[in-house]
Design a binder for this molecule. Structure first.
Ligand code: AMP
Length: 223
């Protein structure tokens, strides 16, 4: 069991549509730590029209991965002492490739990850979830066409527009799932070999999945 008197350092892996984003936010709240989604960060930058955001958007809209060196530059800043992730965190959507995982270990140095969770959901279910997924353009809260916000596709939390993500088209989703198999699945072996990986069943109601996640963290990490 990792000895962790500080907030835990967690990575949540899983296919697009596995519910990582929603569960990572809940875990971060539960353990009073920071949720970092690289996808949310890139979308926010793109919405602000920064040079970095516009470059990232080109890859995202095509369903491609943003190159490792760009991603690592941003992450290193966040993980620097005194940065937003200087203490604990729940990483969501990062690392996405083995080189990113290796680099993350290097940057974390003497205070490594406590646990990596693979949120496992079958492909048919994620395809169905992504087809109906709608997201707040501002705070990124996730809805579904079967569970919309209460008023005319405006976010219940912040009142901004809720709509389909630009990269949730069938073609881009297919590409992202292929990339997940090719680039992200090998990360599981990387973490398994280091004794850090646990697999959690991501099928079921959100509360039920969340309880499973908390149990696994409490069992493996001294929080
Ligand atoms: P997500 O919201 O996690 O599904 O990420 C949306 C898109 O952002 C991905 O399809 C990639 O284009 C890009 N992205 C997010 N995180 C990473 C990462 N760690 N490495 C490379 N590209 C990323």
């Amino acid at each position: 069991m990792a000895n962790c008197s500080k907030p835990p350092r967690l990575v949540l892996l899983g296919k697009q549509g596995a519910g990582k984003g929603t569960q990572a936010k809940r875990l971060a709240d539960h353990y009073t730590t920071v949720h970092l989604s690289t996808g949310d960060m890139f979308r926010a930058q793109a919405a602000q029209g920064t040079a970095f955001g516009l470059e990232a958007r080109r890859y995202m809209d095509a369903g491609d991965l943003v190159p490792d060196e760009i991603v690592m530059g941003v992450i290193e800043e966040c993980l620097a002492p005194g940065g937003p992730l200087g203490d604990g965190f729940v990483l969501d959507g990062f690392p996405r490739t083995v080189p990113q995982a290796v680099d993350l270990d290097r940057v974390l140095g003497a205070r490594p990850l406590d646990l990596v969770i693979d949120l496992e959901v079958p492909r048919e279910i994620v395809l169905d979830r992504i087809a109906g997924r709608r997201v707040c353009v501002s705070c990124q809260t996730v809805y579904h066409i079967n569970m919309p916000p209460s008023h005319n596709w405006t976010c219940d939390k912040c009142g901004n527009e809720v709509r389909q993500r630009d990269d949730d088209t069938e073609e881009a989703v297919e590409r992202r799932l292929q990339l997940y198999e090719r680039e992200t699945v090998p990360i599981m072996d990387y973490y398994r070999e280091r004794g850090l990986l646990v697999v959690v069943d991501g099928v079921g109601e959100g509360d039920e999945v969340f309880e499973r996640l908390v149990k696994v963290v409490n069992d493996h990490v001294q929080v």
